[in-house]
Design a binder for this molecule. Structure first.
Ligand SMILES: [Zn+2]
Length: 313
């Protein structure tokens, strides 16, 4: 049997080696370029975010009310209490007139900005407002405001379609974990699970006027995670479903860690004087109506008796 392979031309092997080396070189060069471009992209995103944040902060300073003891004494007292409990660092608190049940915080440097929308003040009682303010201060204290810019930039790097979806979903997953953490801060700020729960229900059902309406709203919230489509949609949302947030807080209040944390933050406010100086030198742009309901209220346990047996920790 004659099995010679000497008919292979000399250049075939040389060209094979050269081709493999070339492919490896291209892989190294393109991946290095992608890595560097990703760095440039992230840096660019960071700079753009920083500029947008600064511009937004300046707009708020010009167009909204920066709250202090003189223009909104009751709200300012609530802010001071939350601040004293959670120690989030310097925060400017603004009251914006937008007709939404919302609050948010942002900022890369110091101070951070916390924006409350006016409708919150018409709907929420003092305990519920402390939950909302504490939640936002929790975001500040845990560094979510600046981390959001960096992690968002990382998740936004140009990537093939499938990978882009995975990066986006991962970013949103982290966003939802941040919400759970901030909810704990809100709970520590208000010190009452019922206030935290009613605040979250009112965020999505601000028009409730009676116990039965509250129960109806809660039943709808409770049913939200029954549908597979809602659970799927949650993957790409910044906030978890409200019922998940409520359940997480219910779990948290039963832990000794919570008891210790609550006792610790409560100690922070003993003997704390009211904040006396305005938080910024910005003049008040426009007066507002009284911000915190002054009518006497029942304690939350009596307002929402259905919560009583389950929520006692
Ligand atoms: Zn939040």
């Amino acid at each position: 049997m004659f099995r010679s392979r000497r008919y292979r031309v000399d250049n075939e092997t040389i060209v094979l080696v050269l081709t493999i080396l070339l492919v490896l070189a291209v892989i190294v060069i393109t991946s290095t370029a992608t890595f560097c471009l990703s760095g440039v992209f992230i840096l660019g995103m960071f700079v753009i975010s920083a500029l947008m944040i600064r511009s937004h902060h300046q707009t708020l300073l010009r167009q909204t009310l920066s709250i202090n003891d003189n223009n909104t004494p009751e709200l300012s007292a609530l802010v001071s209490e939350c601040e004293a409990k959670l120690l989030p660092g310097p925060v400017n608190v603004f009251l914006a007139g937008k007709n939404e049940m919302n609050a948010y915080t942002f900022g890369l440097g110091s101070p951070k900005a916390l924006v409350l929308y006016k409708p919150l003040l018409k709907v929420m009682n003092a305990g519920e407002l402390k939950f909302i303010i504490g939640h936002e201060m929790g975001h500040v204290a845990l560094g979510h405001t600046w981390l959001n810019t960096i992690v968002g930039g990382l998740a936004g790097i140009p990537a093939p379609f499938g990978a882009a979806i995975i990066l986006y979903a991962a970013f949103r997953w982290w966003n939802r974990m941040c919400e759970f953490s901030a909810d704990r801060a809100g709970l520590l700020a208000c010190g009452n699970l019922n206030s935290a729960v009613s605040a979250m229900v009112k965020l999505v059902a601000p028009t409730i006027r009676s116990q039965s309406e509250f129960n109806q709203a809660l039943a709808m919230i409770d049913a939200e995670d029954d549908q597979a489509s809602n659970r799927l949609a949650e993957i790409f949302q910044t906030h978890p479903m409200i019922i998940r947030r409520i359940n997480k807080l219910k779990e948290y209040v039963r832990t000794t860690e919570y008891q210790q944390m609550q006792a610790g933050v409560n100690r922070n406010i003993r003997g704390t004087a009211k904040r006396s100086a305005p938080r910024t030198s910005t003049p008040v742009v426009h007066p507002i109506e009284p911000v915190v309901e002054t009518k006497p209220e029942l304690p939350p346990e009596e307002r929402w008796p259905w919560l009583k047996p389950k929520d006692k920790s």
